[in-house]
Design a protein around this ligand. Structure first.
Ligand code: AMP
Length: 396
């Protein structure tokens, strides 16, 4: 009999959920709750068995929102009585959570202490945990942290060159994010290339609306592009990625902006949106093809930054065996993959153009046989990875 796990991803105004059978690797139901806390109505969309239902109740908070989700399961199935555990996606675990944990009062108290590191994300997750525990109190609840995989980073990679006491007092260091995805994707690569994980020097490019890149040696991360927060590194949909930190003080003086205003500008109004007016890479590509000046500049900045990181990580790894693309842009944009690979001839990368254009859901190679670096496309599946990690934790 299936032993499904309910995977929850609570954001400040949304909840994504999937009911997963981790052994069969199947999704039994999934859905999305939007506009939690809005004065108007929220939206709950539930999918199972190829059918979709939508309701628009008022959703004052996460408890009411989860009650609406449970009603969808009651009304349309599948039943939740066989659920063996609930897995909660938790964004920031600081340096306190290196692996998934069964949630108890102490875990919640530690997550509360970490709220200053993720003021937008962690409170929503804690509220979601409390609401889910009150609705499904008879099964274990597990927290899986986006930062956990990168707690293994070496000191020289996670340390910022700022005053040591200041850094220590405030826990300022690189944490890295998208860890579940980087770990899951890097673990799919050995089967495709026929080399053990322990022998492989990998780079994984997680290019979605948020984007990050990691260097992984023998299964362990040695660097990643996101930092104390998910703002650092690559150019993203709306986030700037790396900028001169001096821009912050300069913008405060020249625009008279508050800290919150600058933070919001860099997180929500920068990246591809700031450069081109579009967040979606499909729109940027279409504008690029038409020769739109802002789109051409924006795309060139995006690719330049990515190639810069790949080159740096190849040097840190000493030898690069595999380069893997994942997430919305990485999985779907043959255009971006080609622009990147064409700039990596110096590393011995040779793209197979036909394979790059082919659409294949399974993990696959897109490099030519003579390529020194094997280039892959691997679909990420953070929910499945979370369900599997939860099953593994509870079995141990
Ligand atoms: P994610 O955050 O991983 O869900 O990725 C979402 C992003 O993937 C979207 O905002 C798009 O920019 C991008 N994307 C999805 N499909 C395509 C496609 N066919 N070509 C280019 N970009 C795409």
């Amino acid at each position: 009999m299936a032993k499904p796990i309910l995977v929850l991803n609570c954001g400040s105004s949304s909840i994504k959920y999937q009911l997963i059978d981790p052994d069969e690797e199947t999704v039994l139901a999934k859905g999305l709750v939007e506009r939690i806390g809005d004065a108007g109505n929220g939206i709950v969309t539930h999918e199972t068995d190829g059918q979709e239902w939508t309701i628009t109740p008022q959703l004052h908070n996460h408890t009411v929102a989860l009650q609406a989700v449970f009603k969808m399961f009651d009304d349309h199935g599948p039943g939740l009585k066989n659920v063996t555990a609930v897995a909660h996606r938790a964004v920031h675990g600081g340096d306190r959570f290196a692996a998934p944990v069964v949630i108890d009062d102490e875990v919640i108290a530690t997550m509360q202490e970490l709220v200053p590191l993720a003021p937008l994300h962690n409170p929503a997750v804690i509220e979601g945990i409390r609401a889910a525990q009150s609705l499904l109190g008879n099964v274990p609840h597990v927290a899986i942290f986006d930062t956990a995989f990168f707690t293994q980073l070496p000191e020289e990679a996670y340390t910022y060159a700022i005053n040591r006491d200041l850094a220590k007092r405030n826990a300022i260091r690189k944490y890295g994010f998208h860890g579940t995805s980087h770990q899951y994707v890097s673990q799919q690569v050995p089967a495709v290339v026929g080399t053990d994980l322990g022998e492989l020097n990998q780079i994984v490019c997680h290019l979605g609306n948020g984007a990050s890149i990691s260097a992984i040696k023998g299964g362990k991360p040695i660097d990643t592009s996101m930092g104390l927060t998910p703002l650092a590194g690559l150019v993203m949909g709306t986030r700037s990625g790396d900028i001169d930190p001096g821009v912050f003080a300069y913008a405060a003086r020249s625009e008279g902006w508050s800290t919150e205003r600058i933070d919001s500008e860099l997180n929500k109004n920068s990246g591809m949106l700031g450069l081109t007016g579009d967040t979606d890479m499909r729109d940027v590509e279409a504008a690029f093809e038409k020769g739109d000046e802002a789109a051409v500049t924006g795309m060139n900045v995006y690719i330049h930054r990515l190639v810069f990181y790949i080159g740096g990580y190849a040097a840190l790894l000493g030898r690069l065996d595999t380069l893997t693309f994942t997430a919305g842009v990485g999985e779907n944009s043959s255009f971006v993959r080609k622009m990147v690979c064409d700039r990596l001839v110096g590393l011995g990368v040779v793209l197979d153009e036909a394979k790059n254009e082919a659409r294949d859901k399974a993990p696959h190679l897109i490099s030519a046989p003579e390529s020194k670096v094997k280039v892959l496309v691997v679909r990420t599946n953070e929910e499945l990875a979370m369900a599997k990690q939860t099953e593994h934790l509870l079995a141990s």
